[in-house]
Design a protein around this ligand. Structure first.
Ligand SMILES: [Zn+2]
Length: 241
């Protein structure tokens, strides 16, 4: 992204790049542009004072080469659960020509977020899909209630579901949310490409009364409300030559 002249860093101009990173290539220092840069701080006696972190950064690096880096992919690695104040985040960023990885987080719980930029890009190192079989089984059992379907039929349905899910390419999974407590774990429901063949399996195995409840969970609960699929991704940084 072309760098606006420093004199052009008006409030409106900065809003346009809200969330981007200003990177000094001389010092390797980084500032993340944020609307809260201009928020007033209150001194202990309650007097408001305007401390503009972005202006301070621009003043310190006035005669240096500055670039605006924006996020350039969806790749993300986090070190802890996102709610944890010590969570460190890693993203791909770019000035449009060169790829960098920015890492940000706190080294001290009381301290500000610190940003580190290194030339390189994030490369998916490991990706795995897991299925919460207990939750799947429990949802199926509840859907069958009050009918008492034979266990071997339930087992056959669960096994078909596992087989179909583990054969599904990860980009076909429909992500619903991220795990609240486990970093780098996305939760997904059953994609249509799995729900549809499972409907066939239900028709084949179960009576009409039993099938009714199972269709409901295949069309709704297991697709949108009960994420039984976990997608885990790990990245590494590939340095630029
Ligand atoms: Zn500098």
């Amino acid at each position: 992204m072309p760098l606006p002249t420093l004199l052009g860093w008006t409030a409106a101009g900065r809003d346009l790049i809200d969330g981007a990173f200003v990177f000094c290539t001389d010092c390797y220092a980084v500032h993340r542009v944020s609307r809260s840069d201009r928020a007033p701080l209150y001194l202990s006696d309650g007097t408001p004072t305007i401390v503009d972190d972005c202006e301070r950064f621009l003043a310190v690096h006035r005669d240096h080469r500055l670039q605006v880096l924006t996020r350039s992919s969806d790749a993300e690695m986090i070190s802890h659960a996102r709610w944890d104040p010590m969570c460190r985040v890693m993203w791909d960023v770019s000035d449009g020509e060169t790829d960098f990885v920015v890492t940000f987080g706190r080294t001290d719980i009381e301290g500000p977020r610190e940003y580190v930029v290194t030339p390189g890009r994030m490369v998916l190192e490991r990706e795995s899909v897991e299925v919460d079989e207990d939750a799947l089984r429990h949802t199926i059992d509840e859907a069958l209630y009050p009918h008492a379907a034979p266990v071997h039929k339930i087992d056959a349905l669960v096994q078909t579901c596992l087989r179909l899910l583990l054969a599904t390419p990860s980009d076909e999974l429909e992500l619903l949310d991220e795990s609240r407590d486990e970093p780098n774990v996305q939760l997904a429901g059953l994609p249509l490409s799995v729900a549809e063949p499972l409907r066939e399996k239900v028709r084949e195995l179960f009576s009409e009364e039993e099938a009714e409840g199972l269709f409901a969970i295949l069309d709704h609960d297991l697709r949108y409300d009960i994420p039984v699929v976990r997608l885990i991704r790990r990245y590494r940084i590939e340095p630029l030559d």
